[in-house]
Write a protein that binds this ligand. Structure first.
Ligand code: NG6
Ligand code: CA
Length: 511
């Protein structure tokens, strides 16, 4: 019945639309810039309530755009969130989507449709600049001295300039397209899990030489006075200084935008800030009372400002959708003694929410999310639920690309909500994942939030001191309207709601 009525209904709709409006229905191709911060919490920027520091550029983005109070990333660690952002699919459906080790092979296989390949098909020039952390190379992992593929170029990016893993994981080199630039063949790069020789200096053996001490893990190979996760030797001419990363992302991004100013482009600006080791450029060090964690937020804010300045200079702001987001919630001590805990003062990195990185509490995934498209998005605040996993289907809708059946399994078209159209709705439910290995999930549906803890849930007790609880019940229910901090488990009072959410979650994770 519905199917038969549809064509007639559509015809009537078309006839009812005045001619001027029909033009709006034609595919639009604004440039798209996704700026993803690393480990930035809901309360870490001033437009989301921070008072211990100010982030004028992110605040300007928010004042000129739409600030989401229920904007999420899909997981509370990096690799699964980035996997979902690009593939529009929950990371728990994919293999090896937990935090990727230094020598991880490419996690998103060539042939997988991604937000980048989708926009490439729509005629966009595409680039990823900054943190990757989704593996490189075939089954044997990255060939650091040779061709680093498959990687971003095999899944829809025309070009890339990367921090290949994380700044705390070896090696500290860039990757440009398929190669590590500036590698001297006489000094090949070796990356491994075992100490390469008994006299190889590490954070354990040469701890007194470090410029930033480690607190847990991070005690293997030393580079730039900082010991890291994993071991490496060689590649000295190719190594970067942590202090210069932000400048490099900006330099490469500005060049990409300038080069493609006359055609639609998609830039994934993937900042390493404010991930550990927090080592902002000297000009940002000491800018806040919060230590290097706060100073790194100022560096991130500067990057956002430089991107906005470039858009203004090239007269592109009215033709560019900017999405600002984070890859997971905040963490204070993530392995280095950088003063983040000691200097926190009144700052609440996750705002009013509990938990943070690694957690399925709201603090783990509810993070800053701002959209700006000058002249198109009416500035304001939106309470609609949207997630970085939805960018794929939403951008497909915006550019009128069809979504293939086999890909983008969990991405919802929430473009109207992202653009702040009157009455537009976001998601009615969202699965929130931690690192994915433990079968632990959060499930938000409207005001309700279910926690499900897998048997082997590994809680990071150092990070989540206040949440460390060895006898977590397998299920808990919270009413976010009354209790945004998820402090009172109301599962006994609302067994029917809990059952409904459990079933919905089971169906989603077993699909
Ligand atoms: C953890 C690291 C942490 C960080 C995280 C990944 C230790 C003790 N902890 O294993 O420091 O690197 O992985 O962070 O090594 S993420 O934001 O890229 O997911
Ligand atoms: Ca992260």
């Amino acid at each position: 019945m519905r199917i038969k009525l549809l064509p007639l209904f559509t015809m009537l709709m078309v006839l009812a639309i005045p001619a001027g409006f029909l033009q709006l229905a034609v595919a639009e191709k604004p440039n798209v810039i996704v700026i993803m911060a690393d480990d930035l919490g809901y309360g870490d920027v001033s437009c989301y309530g921070a008072t211990s520091l100010t982030t004028p550029n992110i605040d300007r983005l928010s004042a000129e755009g739409l600030r989401f109070t229920s904007g999420y990333c899909s997981a509370s660690t990096c690799t699964p969130t980035r996997y979902s952002l690009l593939t529009g699919t929950y990371a728990f459906r994919g293999e090896r989507t937990g935090i990727a080790p230094p020598n991880a092979p490419a996690i998103i296989k060539p042939g997988t449709d991604t937000v980048a390949s989708l926009l490439q098909r729509a005629g966009y020039a595409t680039a990823v600049i900054g943190k990757w952390h989704l593996g490189l190379g075939g089954e044997d992992g990255p060939d650091w001295n040779g061709q680093l593929k498959p990687g971003p170029l095999e899944i829809g990016f025309d070009t890339c300039f990367l921090l290949p893993t994380t700044n705390d994981r070896v090696p500290q080199v860039y990757v440009h397209d398929h190669r590590v630039p500036n590698l001297d063949p006489a000094d090949p790069l070796w990356v491994g899990r075992q100490k390469p020789s008994p006299d190889h200096p590490t954070g354990l053996t040469h701890r007194d030489t470090l410029k930033m001490d480690w607190s847990h893990g991070h005690n293997s190979t030393i580079h730039n006075g900082i010991s890291r996760i994993g071991f490496y030797t060689g590649g000295h001419a190719a190594r970067f200084r942590d202090e210069d990363l932000a400048d490099k992302w900006v330099e490469k991004s500005v060049a990409f935008i300038e080069q493609h100013q006359d055609e639609p482009f998609f830039l994934f600006f993937s900042s390493h800030d404010i991930h550990v080791p927090r080592m902002p450029h000297e000009r940002f060090q000491g800018k806040t009372s919060l230590g290097f964690r706060g100073d790194a937020i100022i560096e991130l804010d500067w990057c956002v400002g430089e991107v906005m300045k470039t858009l203004d200079r090239l007269n592109l702001a009215e033709n560019t959708l900017v999405v600002f987001c984070s890859d997971n919630g905040p963490v204070l001590d993530d392995g280095y003694k950088d003063g983040a805990i000691e200097q926190i003062g009144d700052h609440r990195a996750a705002g009013q929410y509990s938990g943070g990185k690694y957690s399925v509490y709201e603090g783990g995934t509810r993070t800053p999310l701002i959209t700006r498209w000058k002249g198109r998005i009416k500035p304001g605040v939106s309470d609609e639920v949207v997630c970085t996993i939805d960018l794929a289907a939403s951008l497909a809708a915006l550019t009128e690309q069809s979504l293939p059946n086999d890909f983008f399994l969990d991405s919802f078209n929430v473009i109207d909500a992202l653009l702040g159209k009157d009455g537009a709705q976001g998601r009615d439910h969202l699965v929130q994942q931690d690192n994915g290995a433990a079968g632990t999930y959060g499930m938000r549906a409207g005001q309700w939030k279910l926690h499900r803890y897998g048997k082997k849930t590994a809680r990071n007790v150092v990070v989540e001191t206040q949440l460390a609880n060895t006898s977590v019940p397998p299920f808990q229910l919270f009413n976010l309207d009354d209790d945004p901090a998820e402090t009172s488990n109301v599962i006994e009072q609302h067994p029917d709601v809990a059952e409904r959410l459990k079933k919905q979650l089971d169906n989603l994770i077993e699909q």
